[in-house]
Design a protein. Structure first.
Lengths: 105, 180, 503
C-alpha cells in the first residue's frame, strides 16, 4: 500500500522550505560566526534542492545549471568568509574571547 | 522504493540541519552538516541529477566542510560553548523561532497552493542511461557554454576575488611579523 | 553522433563589452605587474586603476553615441542588456572606481601600507556591479551580485590593524550571505513559477494572462524573497541593520565605494528586474516599494540626527537617500501613467549624482579622521573652518548638496524623484520625502556648525591634504556645482535611459 505513494515535487519543495527555515532560524539564534555561516550554507543547500526538484518537474536543464553556479558561489563565499573569520578570531584569542562589541549597534 | 529513499534522505537532511543549529560544539555542527549535504546529494540522485550529486559530494562534503573543520581546529574553538551563555536578549530567541516557523508556513503554503501551477515544460532533461552514460553532463555543459556563458565567464572574476581576498586577509606584513 | 556535435555558442560583441574589458585588463595588469615587478612607486597602483576606470568611461561615451543611433538590444544569448540604462549605470560605477581609487591611494600612504590588492578588488567589484546593471538574466545577476559583495566584504575587513574594520567585514559578510540566500531562493521560486530565469522571457510568460493566473502564490513568494534580498543590498529599512556598523568600521575610502558603487548596482538591478520582468505585476510589488521607501526616509533621517559619529551619521543619511531613490522606483511602477518612465530616469540620475557626492563627503571625512580613521566623531570636525578653510568649504558644498539645496546637484537629484512621484500622483510619499528632507537638513547643518562655528580646543593640527585626494575632491565639487547650476545637459541625456532593452 505504501508503495503506491510516490514522492512528488511538492514533497521535495516542502523539504527544501523546511531546510531553508531551519537555516534561517539558526542564523538568527546562534552567535558563533562559524555556525552562523554553516547555517547560511544550509540555506544555500535548500535553494539547490529546490532548483533540482523544479528542473526535473519542469523538464528543463537550466535549473540544474543554476545549481552548478550556486556551488561555485558557495565555494568562493566559504573561502572569503573563513578568511575573515580566521583573521578576526586569531586576534580575539589574544584578548578575551568576547562578543562583537567594539561597534555598538 | 522511491518513498523509502525520500523518507530516509529527508530524515538525514532534517536531522543534520537541526544538528547544525542545536549542537553547541562546532565540530559536531560541522559533522551534522555533512549528514545534511549527503542527504541532499541522495535527493539529487533521486531526482536524476547525477552530475550535480557528484559535484555536491565532492565540493561540499569534500572541500567546504573540510575547510570548516580545518578552521575550527586552527582556531581551537572546538570546545563546546554554552548555548545559554550566548549574549542574546530574552526576546530574540523566541522571536527567531517564530520567524522561522512563520517562514516555513508561508513557503509551504505557497508551494502547496501552487502545486497545480508548475505547468511549464521544457525540452526535457537527459539522464544517465546505459546507452548514453553522460547525457546529463553533456546537457549541462551545453547550457553552461550556451545560454549561461556570461555567468560562466563571470565565475572567473568571482574566483579571482576569492583568491585576492584571501591574500589581503591572510598575508602577514613585515610590520606584523615581529613578535609583540 | 557524439563527436560530430559542435557547440555553437552565442556571438559576442566585443566592443559593447569594452568598458568591462578595460577594467578587467586593468585588474590583470595590477595583479601580474604587482607580483612580477618589484615594488612600484607610491601611488602608481591607484593611478593605473584610475586610468582603467577613465578608459572605461570614455568607451561608455562611444557606446552611448552608438546607442543613440540604434535600438537597445540584448547581447550574448540574451544574458546582458545593452541600453542607455546599462551604460549610465556603468558610468556611475566607473566614476566611483575612479574617485575611490584616488583617495584609496592616499589612504594607503596614510596607513603606511602599499600594494595592488585593494585596487584589484575595486576593479573586480566594479565588474560585478556593471554586470548587475546590465544583467538580463537572474542567474547572471546573482553572480554579479556575489562578485560585488565578496569584494566588498574583503575591502571592509581589509584594515588588519583595526578591529572595527574586521568586525565590519564579518558583520557585512554574515548579513550579506544571509540576504544572498533569500535572493537566491526568490530566483528559484520564480524559476519554478515561470520556467525561466531570463528577464525578457519571464516578462513574456507573465504577461500572457490566460496562461498565467494573477495570484500565483509561488511567484509572489519568489518576488517577495527577491525584493528582501535586494532591499538588504540597497540598505532600505527594515533591512538596514548592518549599514551603520559597516559604514563606520570599514576604511573610509571603502565606505565611500560601498555607498556609491554598491548602491548603484543594487538599485539598477532592482529597477531592471521590477520594471522589465515584473512589469505585469506592478500592483503586487508597488506597495512593498512604497513601504520600504517611507520607512527608509523616516527612519534614516530621524536616526541620523541622534548620532555623534560622522561616519554613522552619513550611513543613516545614505539610508534616507535610498528612500529617495526608492521614490523613483515607486514612480516607475505606475506604468499606466505617462510619467512612469521619469521614475527610471530620475532614479538613475540620482544614483550618478549621489555617487559623486558621497565619495566627496567621505573623502573629506577620511582626511579629517586621519591615520586609522580614528578621529571621525563630530567633535573632531570642530574648527575645521579655521584649520583648513578650503576643505571645510568643500565639505559644506557636499553637505548642502546632500541636503538638497538649490544650485547644487543634490537639488537636481531630489527634485527629479519628487517630481516623478508627484506626476504619477503619489502625493503622500512625495510629502513624506519633503519632510524627511527637512529633518535630514538638520543633520547636515550640525556637521557644518561643528566645522565652522565651534572652536577646537587644543586641535591646531590641520589635516594634510594629499594631491590625489585633493584632485578627487576638487573634481567632485566642480561636478556638484556645474550640475547644480546648469543641469539641462545631464537631464536631457538621462532622459534616454527610459528605454530598457527587451521591453
Amino acid at each position: 500500500m505504501a508503495a503506491a505513494v510516490v514522492p512528488t515535487t511538492t514533497w521535495y519543495l516542502i523539504l527544501a522550505a523546511a531546510l531553508f527555515a531551519i537555516g534561517m532560524t539558526g542564523v538568527l539564534v546562534r552567535r558563533n560566526p562559524l555556525i552562523m555561516f554553516m547555517c547560511i550554507e544550509l540555506m544555500l543547500n535548500a535553494v539547490n534542492l529546490t532548483f533540482v526538484a523544479l528542473a526535473t518537474e519542469l523538464t528543463d536543464i537550466n535549473g540544474q545549471t543554476a545549481v552548478f553556479f550556486v556551488l561555485v558561489v558557495a565555494a568562493a563565499e566559504v573561502v572569503v568568509g573563513l578568511g575573515i573569520i580566521v583573521s578576526i578570531m586569531r586576534r580575539r584569542q589574544q584578548a578575551t574571547a568576547d562578543d562583537l562589541a567594539a561597534l555598538k549597534g | 522504493m522511491d518513498l523509502f529513499v525520500f523518507v530516509c534522505a529527508a530524515i538525514m537532511v532534517l536531522v543534520g540541519a537541526l544538528g547544525v543549529v542545536l549542537r553547541s560544539n562546532p565540530v559536531h555542527a560541522a559533522l551534522s552538516m555533512i549528514l545534511t549535504l549527503f542527504g541532499v546529494a541522495v535527493l539529487f540522485v533521486a531526482r536524476e541529477a547525477n552530475f550535480l550529486a557528484a559535484v555536491q559530494v565532492i565540493v561540499y562534503a569534500g572541500a567546504i566542510v573540510v575547510l570548516f573543520l580545518f578552521v575550527i581546529m586552527l582556531l581551537g574553538v572546538d570546545r563546546a560553548e554554552d548555548l545559554r551563555a550566548e549574549p542574546l536578549g530574552n526576546i530574540q530567541r523566541p522571536l527567531a523561532l517564530v520567524l522561522g516557523v512563520g517562514m516555513f508556513a508561508v513557503l509551504a503554503g505557497a508551494i502547496v497552493r501552487s502545486r497545480e501551477s508548475l505547468r511549464f515544460r521544457g525540452e526535457g532533461v537527459d539522464t544517465a542511461t546505459l546507452e548514453d552514460a553522460d547525457g546529463n553532463i553533456r546537457q549541462i555543459a551545453r547550457s553552461i557554454f550556451g545560454d549561461y556563458v556570461v555567468a560562466f565567464e563571470l565565475t572567473s572574476v568571482l574566483l579571482i576575488v576569492a583568491v585576492v581576498g584571501t591574500v589581503v586577509l591572510a598575508r602577514r606584513r613585515k610590520s606584523e611579523r615581529t613578535p609583540s | 553522433m557524439f563527436a560530430a556535435e559542435t557547440l555553437t555558442g552565442p556571438s559576442i560583441p566585443w566592443f559593447t563589452l569594452s568598458p568591462l574589458l578595460a577594467l578587467l585588463i586593468g585588474a590583470c595588469v595590477l595583479m601580474l605587474g604587482g607580483s612580477l615587478l618589484p615594488q612600484w612607486p607610491r601611488g602608481l597602483y591607484g593611478i593605473v586603476t584610475a586610468l582603467s576606470a577613465a578608459t572605461s568611461i570614455v568607451l561608455c561615451f562611444f557606446l552611448w553615441d552608438n546607442l543613440s543611433d540604434g535600438r537597445p538590444e540584448t547581447i550574448i544569448g540574451d544574458a546582458l542588456a545593452f541600453d542607455h540604462f546599462a551604460v549610465l549605470g556603468t558610468i556611475s560605477i566607473c566614476v566611483a572606481v575612479l574617485l575611490a581609487s584616488l583617495t584609496t591611494s592616499d589612504y594607503l600612504v596614510r596607513e603606511g601600507e602599499d600594494g595592488p590588492e585593494l585596487f584589484v578588488l575595486y576593479l573586480s567589484a566594479a565588474i560585478g556591479g556593471i554586470v548587475m546593471v546590465a544583467a538580463q538574466d537572474l542567474i547572471v545577476l546573482f553572480l554579479g551580485l556575489e562578485t560585488l559583495s565578496l569584494a566588498l566584504y574583503v575591502l571592509a575587513a581589509s584594515n588588519r590593524r583595526r578591529e572595527e574594520s574586521q568586525e565590519a567585514g564579518l558583520k557585512y559578510f554574515i548579513l550579506g550571505g544571509f540576504s544572498s540566500a533569500f535572493f537566491l531562493y526568490g530566483i528559484a521560486l520564480i524559476y519554478g513559477a515561470t520556467k525561466h530565469t531570463n528577464l525578457g522571457r519571464i516578462m513574456e510568460t507573465l504577461s500572457s494572462q490566460q496562461a498565467f493566473p494573477r495570484n500565483d502564490v509561488l511567484l509572489l513568494a519568489g518576488v517577495g524573497l527577491l525584493l528582501v534580498g535586494l532591499a538588504f543590498k540597497v540598505a532600505a529599512v527594515p533591512f538596514q541593520v548592518w549599514t551603520p556598523d559597516v559604514y563606520q568600521g570599514a576604511p573610509t575610502p571603502v565606505t565611500s565605494f560601498m555607498a556609491s558603487a554598491g548602491k548603484t548596482a543594487a538599485f539598477a538591478a532592482l529597477l531592471r528586474v521590477s520594471v522589465t520582468a515584473l512589469e505585469s505585476r506592478v500592483d503586487d510589488w508597488r506597495p512593498v516599494v512604497w513601504v520600504l521607501a517611507v520607512l527608509s526616509l523616516v527612519v534614516g533621517s530621524v536616526l541620523a540626527v541622534t548620532q555623534t559619529n560622522v561616519k554613522r551619521m552619513l550611513a543613516y543619511s545614505s539610508i534616507s537617500h535610498a528612500g529617495f531613490i526608492l521614490l523613483g522606483v515607486e514612480a516607475a511602477s505606475h506604468t499606466g501613467s505617462a510619467s512612469a518612465a521619469d521614475g527610471i530616469a530620475s532614479a538613475m540620475t540620482y544614483l550618478l549624482l549621489y555617487t559623486v557626492l558621497v565619495i566627496g563627503t567621505f573623502t573629506i571625512v577620511g582626511l579629517v579622521a586621519g591615520r586609522g580613521d580614528s578621529a571621525s566623531n563630530l567633535t573632531d570636525f570642530r574648527g575645521l573652518g579655521r584649520r583648513r578653510p578650503a576643505l571645510a568649504l568643500a565639505l559644506t558644498v557636499f553637505l548642502l548638496a546632500q541636503a538638497g539645496m538649490p544650485l547644487t546637484s543634490g537639488f537636481v537629484a531630489k527634485f527629479g524623484v519628487i517630481r516623478a512621484a508627484v506626476e504619477t500622483s503619489s502625493y503622500a510619499i512625495a510629502i513624506i520625502a519633503m519632510l524627511a528632507s527637512v529633518i535630514g537638513a538638520f543633520l547636515y547643518l550640525r556637521i557644518m556648525v561643528s566645522a565652522w562655528m565651534e572652536d577646537a580646543e587644543g586641535q591646531d593640527a590641520a589635516p594634510p591634504v594629499p594631491f590625489l585626494s585633493g584632485l578627487a575632491v576638487t573634481a567632485a565639487v566642480a561636478f556638484t556645482l556645474v550640475v547644480g547650476i546648469v543641469p539641462g545637459w545631464l537631464l536631457d541625456a538621462t532622459r534616454q535611459v527610459i528605454t530598457l532593452a527587451g521591453r
